[in-house]
Design a protein around this ligand. Structure first.
Ligand code: FMN
Length: 186
């Protein structure tokens, strides 16, 4: 039991957001398994609000060009070329969406479930020796990205663009003081 708990603790602690990946091939079955497990996130009323879109190489290329175009408009050519060059080296691209709801409460709960699902996905990959980065960069909020991937923005919205692969290095991270986020109410 102690061993299992220590293992779980290290799985959670050691998941890192990674920006640089090697070009080692990723087994598609592993990604499918990670998606399957992602769906075991808590989900009120079992609405299963998520959808996972895996991009193939031609869609990745088109997405890189969209990043270039969108960032050029907002931040200029130099930054856009830099970002596009970085994005073009990322081996795995997955988009996670959440179903839209007319009910504010359901929408909030569904979004929360999709976030939990992304964490499940990321933890599984991390445990398998891969890493990921959850991005909410400019393209994820641009209608052209929806159009490119044929995602209906009237019925679902992008929660994250998940970049994944085998990490070049794992960065260090820290969190603030534990005591500062705990209040005992009595
Ligand atoms: C909803 C969400 C959106 C994020 N968007 C970005 C992003 O656009 N760009 C980025 O570099 N990191 C993004 N991140 C990753 C965070 O920056 C990262 O989780 C944070 O630096 C802590 O690092 P860790 O994940 O290694 O603990 C996002 C994370 C979350 C949860």
């Amino acid at each position: 039991m102690e061993r299992k708990l220590r293992h779980l603790e290290s799985t959670i602690r050691n998941r890192r957001t990674v920006k640089l990946f090697t070009d080692k091939n990723i087994n598609p079955d592993l990604i499918k398994k990670a998606i399957d497990l992602a769906r075991w996130a808590p989900n009120h009323h079992l609405t299963e609000p998520w959808h996972f879109y895996i991009l193939n190489s031609s869609k990745i290329k088109e997405s890189v060009e969209l990043i270039r175009a969108v960032i050029t408009e907002r931040k200029g050519q130099e930054i856009a070329d830099f970002k596009a060059a970085g994005a073009s080296k990322i081996p795995g691209w997955m988009l996670v969406t959440c179903k839209k709801s007319d009910s504010e409460l359901t929408q909030q709960e569904d979004y929360a479930s999709v976030c939990c699902a992304i964490q499940n996905f990321s933890l599984y990959l991390s445990e398998a020796g891969l890493a990921s980065k959850w991005s909410t960069g400019l393209i994820t909020r641009d209608q052209r990205f929806y159009d490119l991937l044929k995602i209906n923005s009237e019925s679902e919205f992008i929660v994250g663009l998940i970049w994944y692969g085998y990490p070049k290095t794992l960065p260090n991270q820290s969190r603030g003081e534990l005591e500062s986020v705990i209040t005992i109410l009595d």
